[in-house]
Design a protein around this ligand. Structure first.
Ligand code: AHR
Length: 496
């Protein structure tokens, strides 16, 4: 099979906002404790954070990191995680049925983020708490000095405010599993009042209202409409969360997962714009896709320590990803870029150990999962503007997602380079010719692909480098790029 693609440098979707390469750290399983933070480890820095993990997070290129949850935030008291460590309480975390000893809190995490050069995005608890606690956290985090809570921060050893701009108004409040879940009406009213109050304190905040926890939620669409009817003028983003997995051995449907992500984005955009026009508002609400990933949610893993005991940092949600998972993951990231005019922020959920691109063993090594590669390459190469190419190709049919193009493509163009990202969801190799003349680039600087004869090959503790990037077969002459895409593969080219 073959495909032909034209990339027009004028067909720009949007300027890249680096927040599209965000990630997410939740106090869940071994994400924080025995993940990024392990004071006894030989690689630990003076603050107890693992240097080898920090290096991998930097290599991953995660920009804005959402914290501290997730479901966890709906039971969290931020005050527990600040001040002298020996005075911090141990509490039950009902979301993940584990113990939280609060050895890492806002200040430790924000300090670590400076080290990895990432922006902090905070979530407030609107499950079991409300407006006052959100305002207190905002004052503690951002107010310069001279108030009770900013002075308390200084007393805790952090005189400088953290300057956090982006805030999530709760988490997945539509989900019956959420501590303190609500109806759309109740949540919409609470989000409006919390947003109004937070912006009265700081008018430049960027606030994210909870959208649906997934496109399969029974309230999907109606939830977005209702919460935005209540809170439209007080918020800037609406969240989207989506996780994908292969089900029942149906690889073709799995490889077409991006179709659901597109449907999700289109539906939320249409709903938000419907509310905008009804309210005759000048403001356009953007999407914060602040949880996306592959997650084998239906499966019980042998390693899952979800139990009757209350433990600190149990092994939970430690999915080990295959090549197939990584190429689908790559296609999801391409879909976020393709819709970057409205999806202005996104968070890969999560970062370390918990459905994560980076794995660690306590006292042992840290390594890259297969999904690490498409994320790190895309974050490194994408620059300037996103371009949506014209793709002419055959289609493949899958049970769940119907007909989809065999090849997906998205490109970016900056002053120094242009990057092309390609996904072959078909079971055969595809020869692709791409007209890149309008990009004015002369040579291929880098060409890599992720594929394997065994689509289920994985990186594991015992074989951490089984899967990696391979050279991509590609040539560039007279504005024409010729590429051979292996079956079930994700690829990237950097043109200089
Ligand atoms: O990322 C894991 C969990 O998925 C988050 O805590 C929650 O928000 C979502 O359901």
């Amino acid at each position: 099979p073959s495909a032909s693609i034209t990339i027009d440098s004028n067909a720009a979707v949007a300027e890249i906002d680096r927040r599209i390469f965000g990630a997410f750290v939740e106090h869940l399983g071994r994400c924080v404790y025995d993940g990024i933070y392990e004071p006894g480890h030989e690689q630990a820095d003076e603050n107890g954070f693992r240097r080898d993990v920090t290096a991998l997070v930097k290599e991953l290129g995660a920009t804005t990191i959402r914290y501290p949850g997730g479901n966890f935030v709906s039971g969290y008291r931020w005050e527990d995680g600040v001040g002298p460590r020996d005075k911090r309480p141990v509490r039950r975390d009902l979301a993940w049925h584990s113990l939280e000893n609060n050895q890492v809190g806002l200040n430790e995490f924000a300090t670590w983020l400076k080290e990895v050069d990432s922006e902090l995005m905070l979530a407030v608890n609107l499950g079991t708490r409300g407006i006052l606690e959100a305002l207190d956290l905002l004052e503690y985090t951002n107010h310069p000095s001279g108030t009770a809570l900013s002075d308390l921060r200084a007393k805790h050893g952090y005189p400088e405010p953290w300057g956090v701009k982006m805030w999530c108004l709760g988490n997945e409040m539509d989900g019956p599993w959420q501590t303190g879940y609500m109806t759309a009406d109740d949540y919409g009213k609470l989000a409006a009042r919390t947003g109004q109050a937070m912006k009265a304190a700081e008018k430049d905040l960027e606030l994210v209202i909870c959208g649906s926890s997934g496109s399969a939620m029974p309230t999907f669409g109606e939830w977005e409409r209702t919460v935005l009817e209540h809170a439209y003028e007080h918020v800037d983003y609406i969240s989207c969360h989506a996780y994908y997995q292969e089900r029942g051995g149906d690889l073709d449907s799995y490889l077409a997962s991006a179709a659901d992500m597109r449907y999700f984005i289109e539906t939320v955009v249409a709903t938000a714009d419907h509310v905008k026009h009804r309210r005759k508002s000048d403001k356009t609400i953007m999407l914060s896709f602040d949880e996306w990933n592959i997650w084998y949610l239906d499966e019980h893993h042998e390693s899952d320590e979800v139990n009757d005991e209350w433990r600190i940092a149990p092994r939970q949600l430690e999915d080990v990803y295959s090549v197939a998972d990584a190429v689908v993951f790559g296609s999801l990231l391409m879909t976020l870029l393709e819709n970057h005019d409205r999806v202005r922020s996104a968070s890969l959920a999560q970062l370390v150990n918990v459905i994560a691109p980076i794995m660690t063993e306590p006292g042992g090594a840290a390594w890259r999962q297969t999904t690490f590669f498409p994320f790190s390459v895309t974050s490194r190469l994408a620059c300037g503007r996103v371009l949506r190419p014209q793709v002419t190709t055959a289609s493949v049919t899958s049970k769940v997602h119907g007909e989809n193009a065999v090849v997906d493509c998205v490109a970016t163009a900056g002053d120094e380079n242009a990057a092309v990202f390609l996904f072959n969801r078909g079971r055969e190799a595809v020869d692709v010719t791409i007209d890149v003349a309008s990009l004015g680039r002369e040579r291929i600087d880098e060409a890599v692909t992720l594929w394997d004869e065994d689509v289920y090959a994985k990186n594991t503790k015992d074989d951490p480098e089984r899967v990696g990037l391979k050279p991509l077969d590609a040539t560039l002459a007279e504005g024409r790029l010729t590429v051979r895409l292996e079956p079930v593969s994700w690829s990237a080219l950097n043109l200089a």
